[in-house]
Design a protein. Structure first.
Length: 367
């Protein structure tokens, strides 16, 4: 629900029709869309208070929002999830309330939602219910699934490159952990060197308390050094894995498959365009625009990576596909079918996407 530049205008006592439907949380989500709102515009943010039509005086919801052409969603537990008539109970202009900023990662498509200030407990509960998680490092909410939109109104601010920064960030954390490990080790070693080898604790002597304290500090220091060292190794391994994953995501086969998938989604949306309900048209169009932007970017990335993979093999050729030497049996518009000819998987048949094709090893399968 990206914010639009237009705002709506209301009159006190005016009836506005809304549609609602049950959710899996036991509430009913009421859709508030400008498709049913009066046409006058106002550039200011507004304060809207709506009450139940059949229960005058009972507040339904209150929005200190900039009401644009987007759809606005609220939730309210009710017994009958049928259509609801709402009536404007109060209407006034107010200072603009900043909307949270939405960024989508260029590499993974993960959405990141940043609020200008701490959201209300109700908004936090809504985000958690919808599967959003808080990132203490980014100071933002994110969803693990690609292409998921926030359950609250937002300002779409384009793309970010958080995933590509992950390896460097993990390396930085690994270096800090290793520095802590080295510091803890040196402090413990200095204390240990101060105690002669085999020196017992002199019980009752004035040095007993200090001796026991030093032993505890030595043990704690070495344990901390081991723990921080293990943490540094794990973070280093994650950084290496992140770089490998990033290189794979930026490889020609992966970009080509991503472009094919996005183009298929666009064709599917266009095929169902005539079936879009009027109240959902803006949401579908926003989704199509987002997918189109991703497809355009993927096409640009594919061109920069050298263009699509050219398959120049025929049945009977020995070719390399995804690291395997394969004897080709069939070549179609989307895939290559054949039998692995070498290695531990020799004799196994399979079907590979054309994007994994790496070239002919031996034409006609002869050596």
């Amino acid at each position: 629900m990206a914010r639009s530049g237009r705002s709506a205008s209301f009159k006190v006592g005016e009836r506005v029709f809304r549609q609602c439907w049950p959710t899996n949380t036991g509430t009913v989500r009421v859709r508030v869309s400008d498709a049913h709102l009066p046409g006058a515009t106002n550039p200011d943010a507004h304060h809207l208070k709506v009450e139940w039509d059949d229960k005058p005086g009972e507040l339904f919801e209150e929005w200190p929002r900039d009401l644009g052409s987007c759809a606005l969603f609220v939730e309210k537990p009710i017994a009958d999830p049928g259509n609801v008539e709402l009536r404007v109970a109060a209407w006034s202009t107010a200072a603009a309330v900043p909307w949270p900023s939405l960024l989508r990662d260029r590499l993974t498509g993960r959405a990141w939602l940043t609020f200008p200030s701490k959201p209300t407990p109700e908004v936090i509960a809504t985000l958690k219910t919808a599967g959003w998680r808080w990132s203490g490092y980014r100071k933002a909410w994110h969803h693990p699934r690609k292409g998921v939109g926030p359950p609250v109104p937002f300002q779409d601010d384009g793309e970010c490159a958080y995933a590509s920064e992950r390896a460097d960030r993990l390396d930085e954390r690994a270096e800090k952990a290793q520095a802590k490990s080295d510091t803890a080790y040196m402090r413990a070693k200095v204390l240990a060197d101060g105690i002669p080898l085999g020196q017992p604790i002199l019980v009752g002597h004035h040095s007993e308390r200090r001796h026991r304290r030093d032993i505890a500090r030595i043990q704690g220091g070495f344990e901390k050094a081991l723990g921080e060292g293990q943490k540094a190794r794990e973070l280093g391994a994650k950084a290496d894995a992140s770089r490998v994953h990033q290189e794979r995501m930026e490889s020609t086969p992966v970009i080509q498959r991503r472009l094919d998938k996005l183009q298929a989604e666009l064709r599917s949306i266009d095929a169902r365009k005539a079936q879009w309900a009027p109240e959902h048209r803006a949401d579908w169009q926003a989704k199509r625009d987002r997918i189109q932007a991703e497809a355009t970017r993927a096409a640009s990335d594919l061109t920069a990576a050298g263009g699509p993979v050219v398959v120049d093999c025929k049945p009977g050729d020995l070719v390399r596909i995804k690291g395997h030497v394969v004897k080709v049996e069939r070549v179609s518009a989307k895939s290559i079918r054949g039998t692995i000819a070498e290695g531990g998987a020799k004799g196994m048949t399979g079907k590979w996407d054309r994007s994994w094709y790496q070239g002919v090893v031996t034409p006609g399968g002869t050596s």
